[in-house]
Design a protein around this ligand. Structure first.
Ligand SMILES: [Zn+2]
Length: 118
């Protein structure tokens, strides 16, 4: 059905634009684990799942594929708590949590290094 295809294409473009906007706001990093992301690697994640009413543009965040997959239908706050070790999580959540801790320590080390050379 050509009309339906046009509607889907328009929605995909809308989501991609919202993801790109979010990625810039997030300084080109995954909102959850802070892994640096290129535009082509970023996925659009609904911070509040669609099933719970999260359908507006501000609900779209940029996430890496592993985090988006591990988060599934969780709310963003719930997933972030799991990454920070405040909740139980699956193997994939634990994997994303490890990446988050590594990125956090790397960022802290870079800040210390920048202070030393400044
Ligand atoms: Zn991530």
């Amino acid at each position: 059905m050509p009309g339906r295809r046009r509607i889907c294409g328009s929605r995909e473009r809308w989501i991609r634009a919202a993801r790109d906007r979010a990625l810039i706001q997030q300084e080109n990093k995954c909102i959850y684990c802070r892994t640096p992301l290129k535009r082509t690697e970023a996925t659009a994640d609904h911070a509040i799942p669609i099933a719970e009413g999260g359908i507006d543009r501000d609900n779209i965040v940029a996430a890496c594929q592993p985090c988006n997959r591990a988060k599934g239908r969780m709310r963003a706050a719930e997933f972030k708590a799991a990454l920070r070790g405040k909740a139980d999580g699956s193997f994939y959540i634990q994997l994303c949590a490890t990446v988050y801790r590594l990125n956090k320590r790397t960022e802290a080390a870079c800040r210390r290094l920048q202070r030393l050379v400044a």
